[in-house]
Ligand binder design. Structure first.
Ligand SMILES: [Zn+2]
Length: 305
């Protein structure tokens, strides 16, 4: 596995011309190919660079200072992104305030996700008015938690596993058939962890949601800034409150089997500029720097469920 294979660098040689034409030198793949659920770290460098703003479709892509003369951003592809071409549009501003526009082309490709079929107690499938109301409340609270991301990057590389277990083969994206009916794809990865395991913050962030929900059970959502959120579901006990600032490795909760589950595990999810991505991508693709990329660990597949 090429650890930094998906890092893109846009290099700007010398001062940018006043009207964005001519002298800037750009080095990057012509089209960046990514599968559904993957992420890539985009780095833009240039001696004269003062700010970078990014946009992909209707989503803002937040850039953060990276090194002495550069900026970086994480770009993710939603689990259900339509295969095809997409553009990351960059507005680069230099020190005297003139700007130029750049584009990075992406090709989103369909991933062959696993198919799973399982049954849950019929109670979970009977949508009484009370249950429907609870699901509506759940959706609303999650939408509210995602609505106003902290713009500054709070996280620092690397990301850490929320539970110590060497789990799991990524179950992210599985197309699920529950009680015989096809459902939405699995938007996280299930990490096997016995009831009562300490669940750690994968990185620094702000706690934006703590609650008990029909599907997700006991849930904690962290805002890591720059459009990145991580989620921890099926928890049995909370150790943090909404609004708290947490550090990487802080205990958020204890794992459990609450919500719609077939057994104790931690459901770990990640959301980047509203794209539901595989959280294991944070462990494998976000480097501390090119010098110590050896620290980026590869993922070992083990079975789960
Ligand atoms: Zn799950």
């Amino acid at each position: 596995m090429k650890v930094l294979g998906l890092l893109i660098a846009v290099l700007l040689a010398g001062p940018m011309p006043a009207h964005g034409a001519g002298a800037a030198k750009i080095s990057r793949p012509k089209v960046v190919e990514l599968l559904q659920g993957e992420l890539v770290e985009v780095k833009v460098t240039g001696d004269d660079l003062a700010a970078v703003e990014g946009r992909m479709g209707s989503e803002r892509i937040y850039f953060y200072p990276n090194g002495a003369s550069g900026f970086g951003a994480l770009v993710g592809v939603d689990v259900e992104a339509k295969p095809g071409l997409a553009k990351l549009v960059l507005k680069l501003t230099n020190r005297i305030g003139t700007y130029s526009r750049r584009e990075i082309k992406f090709k989103f490709k369909a991933k062959a996700f696993r198919k799973e079929s399982f049954n849950v107690p019929p109670d979970f499938d009977q949508m009484t008015p009370e249950v429907l109301e609870e699901i509506r409340r759940e959706r609303e609270l999650f939408a509210r938690a995602f609505a106003a991301p902290v713009p500054e990057r709070l996280w620092e590389p690397p990301f850490i596993r929320p539970v110590p277990h060497e789990a799991s083969a990524s179950s992210f994206g599985s197309r699920r058939i529950i009680n015989g009916t096809p459902r939405a794809p699995h938007s996280g990865t299930d990490l096997s962890s016995p009831d009562g395991t300490e669940v750690l913050a994968t990185n620094h962030g702000r706690v934006v949601l703590v609650g008990n929900f029909f599907f997700a059970g006991g849930s904690v959502v962290l805002d890591h800034g720059g459009g990145l959120f991580t989620m921890y579901f099926h928890l049995s006990e909370f150790k943090v409150e909404e609004g708290a600032l947490v550090k990487k490795g802080d205990v958020l909760a204890l794992s459990g089997a609450t919500g719609r589950v077939t057994g104790a595990h931690l459901h770990w999810g990640a959301r980047l500029a509203n794209a539901r991505i595989d959280p294991l991508e944070l462990l494998s693709k976000v480097s501390t720097s090119s010098e110590n990329s050896r620290e980026v660990k590869t993922i070992t597949n083990t079975t789960e469920k």
